[in-house]
Ligand binder design. Structure first.
Ligand code: SAH
Length: 282
C-alpha cells in the first residue's frame, strides 16, 4: 500500500483501448444481481472486487479473467484508494473490459463517485451499473418496509462512521420520529449513535433492528429498542457486514418477516430473533 499522495498516471499520447464498468453487486444473494451486471461480468477481462462481493457472485466471472481483490474491511486494508485508482487506469490501458465490482450500489457509501472522478481525469470511458443497496436488500429480506403510511413518511441513509469532525452528525434531523433511519457501517459506534439520537430527543423505546449478512443464508436479525442498541450491537452472534434500521417500521418485521434462511447445517441458528422489549412496548 502506498501512503503518499499519488498522482494518477495515464499514458500521455496514448488512447486507452479499454472501458471501465463500475458495477453494483447487490447485498449478497446472487439472484439480486441485475441482468446487466450479470452480462457485463461475463465479458470481463479483469475484475477488481471488494471484500463485500460474495464468492457466489465471483463464480460468475469467466475462469480466465483476472480477479483482483482490492476490498477494504474495517481494521484491515488490502489496497489503498490511490492504488485502486491507479490500477483501474492502468488496466483500462492494457485490457478491454475492466469491471470494478462493488457490494450493494456503487454510489451509496461505495466511493464510486471518487473512483469515477479519477477515470474522468485520465480521460477514460466508463459506464455505471447500479446495484441493490444494503438498505433495500435488508429491508426486503427482514420484512421491514422503510416507509409506511402509518409509520414513516421518509427514510434517510447515513454512515455510522461518525468520524468527520468537519461534518458532524446532524442528530437533530435524524431524530425525527416520522422518519426511518438506516445506518451503514455503524456497529462499532452503536454507543455514539444511541446517545446522539437520545440527546436530540428520539424516543428511547423506538424499535431498532440490526441485520447481519442480510439476504444471505447467514442472515440474522437482532431486534430491540434504541435504549438497547449497544447491547444488540455487542451480540457475539452478530457477524459483519451489518446494518441498523431505526424507526417504528421495525415493528412490522414481526408479521412481515418471510425470509427463512435454510438451515441444513446443524449449528446454524435460524433467523435468530431477539424479541426483547418489542412485545411489551406495544
Ligand atoms: N455500497 C454498499 C455499501 C458499502 S458500505 C451498498 O450500497 O450496500 C458497507 C456497509 O454496508 C456495511 O458496513 C453494512 O452496514 C452495509 N452492508 C453491506 N452489505 C450488507 C449485508 N449483506 N447485510 C447487512 N449490511 C450490509
Amino acid at each position: 500500500m502506498w501512503d503518499i499522495e499519488m498522482e494518477i498516471v495515464a499514458l500521455p499520447g496514448q488512447r486507452a483501448g479499454g472501458k471501465v464498468w463500475l458495477v453494483g453487486a447487490g447485498p449478497g444473494d446472487v439472484e439480486l444481481l441485475t441482468l446487466k451486471a450479470y452480462r457485463i461480468l461475463q465479458t470481463a477481462d479483469v475484475v477488481l472486487y471488494d471484500a463485500l462481493v460474495s464468492e457466489e457472485i465471483m463464480a460468475l466471472v469467466p475462469q480466465d479473467a483476472e480477479k483482483i481483490a482490492v476490498g477494504k474491511r474495517a481494521g484491515k486494508h488490502s489496497a489503498g484508494q490511490d492504488e485502486i485508482n491507479q490500477l483501474l487506469v492502468t488496466k483500462a490501458f492494457t485490457r478491454q473490459n475492466v469491471v470494478r465490482l462493488k457490494g450493494g450500489d456503487p454510489f451509496i457509501f461505495g466511493r464510486g463517485g471518487e473512483e469515477l472522478q479519477t477515470l474522468v481525469e485520465a480521460g477514460l470511458e466508463f459506464e455505471v451499473v447500479p446495484g441493490i443497496t444494503a438498505a433495500s436488500g435488508t429491508s426486503a429480506y427482514a420484512g421491514i418496509p422503510l416507509t409506511h403510511r402509518d409509520y414513516a413518511q421518509g427514510v434517510t441513509f447515513i454512515t455510522g462512521h461518525c468520524q468527520l469532525e468537519s461534518r458532524p452528525m446532524d442528530w437533530k434531523a435524524y431524530a425525527n420520529p416520522n422518519n426511518t433511519l438506516v445506518i451503514y457501517m455503524g456497529i462499532l459506534n452503536a454507543g455514539l449513535i444511541k446517545s446522539g439520537l437520545l440527546g436530540a430527543g428520539r424516543n428511547i423505546d423506538t424499535p431498532v433492528a440490526i441485520v447481519s449478512k442480510a439476504t444471505t443464508q447467514d442472515q440474522k436479525c437482532f431486534i430491540g429498542t434504541l435504549g438497547e442498541l449497544e447491547r444488540l450491537a455487542a451480540n457475539p452472534g452478530l457477524k459483519m457486514p451489518a446494518l441498523m434500521i431505526i424507526g417504528e417500521v421495525v415493528e412490522l418485521a414481526d408479521s412481515l418477516n418471510w425470509f427463512k434462511p435454510d438451515s441444513n447445517q446443524k449449528d446454524r441458528v435460524r433467523n435468530e430473533w431477539i424479541q426483547t422489549d418489542l412485545a411489551q412496548n406495544k
